[in-house]
Write a protein that binds this ligand. Structure first.
Ligand code: BDP
Length: 728
């Protein structure tokens, strides 16, 4: 090895010095391990691994970087990443000077890559290829793509190979996203509160934008690009029309500028009545020509400021939001109004299907389907309907939404919630990978077996080109972004599965643990067990056996299964569990609301069958007597209590497991996590005790042998008040 192998040639010195000092600064800042660095920690790998990698990573070649902000971004990330992981930054050079080069270029930007004639055809605009090559007798790696965006994703994938200690000796990887729009939805308000946000204030400092650009915005873009997220809706779906005023558009434009080199587009939630509220019109009726002109003008104004603006997200005629039905028009007519304004510039409308009406006595789980499915075929081709994963509302467990598979002519996008509104806020550990996987792999049977939700969402089932997936962000101003280290895994797995919905929750969790903590086998084993057990634990201690929506009113913090006095029937937990002396559960079979009929025949038959549906969704679809024998051999009452107990036991076990890892984790992250796990264990018991006390009062049954009496009376739990719970 030449001693000058890592020394940059003279002409490039200033650039490299800049990069290198950025790296040194990052390395120093990262030492604190306060969670800020997410999956971009780039802490030194184990010594042996570093030694193995170093000869393969001597030189970095990125032709054209001086002229391109995107390439510059890739170069600095790779220098920073490799430099941190290997404790030695590669030389940034112009020419291959030996083995161990990494050449990052498109065929257009490098004749060397062009000469390799690599198979890039099917990789589209965002795909990439990472391959070991021999060029002019020297061994190295090429990261190539059809576009700079592809190079960016390839670069991040390359860093992930190192972070997960994967060999790069004979690498041949190609990747491309299966879903087009991979978006975060921020439910962030202009006053910096965040609806259902549990990690501090909004990261968008709306007041000081566009003048003050927090470096966090860049780190946000880096973190998202690293997992393939390519768009962000900046503001709450319960939108303020002010977001569309010139003042606020300038702020959004400033963020768009920061995100652009990272391949991230900006979108806005649009309030349907904006033409009235900020436009001075007397109506927002989609059929009114003045309203149409107003939206057209607004779109033009936005595109002047943000040339790559992604489009609008709209919550209309839902929970009090204005919408086309206020004027006797349909959701399709409303969506098309906005879509036509965006169409000339390639923007899209993401129209949400999360609707239910207070004067509609129909089972709430059926209402979105009833509203939307008849409109299939009426939406313009730049409209995509955004559907929550389940028919009610981000509960710990729901069956997949019946709209998936039911609208052949309309592209549907998935809406997951990353922020854990119904799964213990930011305090509880609940790794959502298994939930996302459960939903994506569910078979809708819409076109026979194998018609999975994934195939609806990736467009392959009905041949749609416009595809998308959104996650309601769990990001806030907290130093660790998401309120806890493990919550970061939910942001991470959302991005990874948005890119490739076939990934398993387990493999993503393993990557995340390696990148976030270390490669230690004990840590990986126990960490994985914890993560994979955590979501089912929350289901068990909050809403076992297919129960749902049992939380306290408004803030949704803690149990409230007894609540039955709210104005709208479907706001009351009692509406969902329907428990009385004789039994419990919501009958959605043909004898009840017949919600099962909204699913394709084989699925409907399975859900309608008491024995076929499976105990995990039993009470979602069936109202059963307390002594009904479930699959475990216990009666329903015994199984209910058993599951509550199991949830509490798992929560306690999470604590013990974590404590066994103390020697493997840095003190700051260890301690915060340990404290949060203690909160979770306490609150799991609270959920269990309050719920068991309540259901016992209703059923009049004795607790099964060996199951502890709740610590307090039912009245005690009913009296708890939490007016200042966050996220409301
Ligand atoms: C519910 C939330 C509410 C949201 C609503 C939505 O409680 O804050 O506005 O979903 O998705 O889960 O629009």
């Amino acid at each position: 090895m030449h001693s000058d192998a890592f020394f940059p040639p003279r002409t490039l010195l200033p650039f490299s010095v800049l990069l290198f000092s950025a790296f040194l600064f990052a390395a120093a800042a990262a030492k604190a391990e306060d969670g800020y660095d997410l999956w971009l920690r780039y802490q030194p790998l184990e010594q042996e691994t570093r030694h193995q990698y170093r000869p393969q990573l001597r030189q970095l070649l990125i032709p054209g970087r001086e002229q391109s902000p995107a390439l510059n971004t890739i170069a600095s990330e790779l220098v920073r990443g490799v430099g941190g992981l290997l404790e030695r930054a590669p030389a940034v050079s112009e020419h291959i000077r030996g083995d161990g080069f990494v050449l990052v270029a498109t065929p257009q930007s490098s004749p060397l890559v062009r000469a390799e004639k690599l198979p890039l055809k099917g990789l589209g605009d965002e795909g990439y290829l990472i391959r070991s090559v021999k060029i002019r007798g020297h061994q190295g790696t090429v990261i190539t793509a059809n576009s700079e965006r592809g190079l960016l994703y390839g670069g991040f994938h390359f860093l992930r190979l190192l972070q997960t200690r994967t060999s790069i000796a004979e690498v041949d990887i190609s990747g491309q996203p299966r879903i087009g729009l991979r978006l975060l939805n921020h439910w962030d308000n202009l006053d910096r509160t965040v609806e259902r946000g549990y990690a501090g204030q909004s990261i968008w400092d709306w007041w000081n934008l566009p003048d003050v650009l927090d470096p966090r915005y860049t780190d946000y873009a880096r973190a998202n690009a690293a997992i393939g997220i390519n768009g962000t809706v900046l503001n709450n779906v319960n939108a303020s029309a002010d977001s569309l005023t010139p003042r606020y558009l300038a702020k959004a434009a400033a963020l768009a500028e920061v995100f652009r080199p990272y391949g991230i587009r900006v979108y806005l939630s649009a309030r349907f009545s904006a033409p009235v509220e900020i436009g001075g019109l007397t109506t927002a009726d989609p059929k009114d020509p003045e309203v149409q002109r107003w939206w057209q003008g607004k779109a033009d104004e936005i595109y002047r400021l943000i040339p790559d603006f992604g489009g609008f997200l709209v919550k209309a005629n839902s929970e009090g939001q204005p919408g086309p039905q206020d004027y006797g028009r349909s959701h399709a007519e409303g969506a098309n109004l906005l879509a036509r304004a965006l169409k000339p510039r390639g923007g899209v409308v993401m129209w949400r299907a999360f609707v239910y009406q207070q004067d509609n006595p129909e089972d709430r789980a059926k209402q979105a389907y009833s509203d939307f499915v008849p409109l299939d075929g009426q939406f313009d081709d730049n409209v995509i309907v955004q559907v929550k994963n389940g028919p009610i509302d981000f509960q710990p467990r729901e069956p997949f939404h019946p709209m998936f598979g039911a609208m052949a002519k309309t592209p549907l996008m998935m809406e997951f919630q990353i922020t854990k509104e119904y799964l213990g806020f930011a305090s509880h550990l609940a790794y959502l990978g298994p939930m996302y996987e459960e939903v994506l792999k569910a078979d809708t049977f819409a076109r026979g077996a194998g018609s999975t939700v994934t195939r609806v969402v990736d467009g392959s089932l009905y041949g749609h080109r416009l595809t998308g997936i959104a996650g309601v962000a769990n990001i806030g101003s907290d130093r660790d972004w998401s309120g806890s280290t493990f919550n970061q895994a939910n942001w991470y797995v959302f991005g990874r599965m948005a890119w490739n919905p076939d990934l398993s929750a387990e493999e993503v969790a393993r990557d995340w643990l390696k990148i976030t903590f270390s490669n230690n086998p004990t840590l990986l084993d126990i960490g994985l067990e914890m993560m994979l057990a955590s979501r089912q634990a929350v289901v068990d201690y909050m809403t076992p056996l297919g129960l749902a929506h049992l939380m306290a009113t408004g803030h949704h913090y803690g149990p409230g299964p007894w609540v039955s006095d709210l104005a709208r029937p479907e706001w009351n937990p009692a509406y969902y569990h329907r428990a009385d002396r004789n039994g419990i559960g919501f009958d959605r079979t043909g004898d009840g609301s017949n919600a099962v009929a909204q699913y394709a025949a084989p699925v409907a038959a399975r859900f309608a069958s008491r024995s076929g549906v499976g105990d995990d969704l039993l009470l979602w679809f069936h109202h059963l007597p307390w002594d009904y024998p479930v699959a475990s051999g216990r009666d329903l009452w015994g199984e209910l209590v058993y599951r509550y107990d199991r949830g509490v036991a798992t929560a306690q076990n999470l604590q013990d497991q974590w404590h066994s890892l103390e020697n493997h984790i840095d003190p700051e992250r260890f301690d915060k996590t340990a404290r949060l796990l203690a909160v979770q264990a306490r609150e799991a018991k609270w959920w269990r005790d309050a719920s068991v006390a309540y259901f016992q009062s209703v059923s009049g049954r004795r607790l099964p042998a060996g199951s502890a009496q709740p610590s307090h009376s039912l009245e005690y739990y009913q009296q708890q008040q939490f007016p200042w719970a966050p996220g409301h």
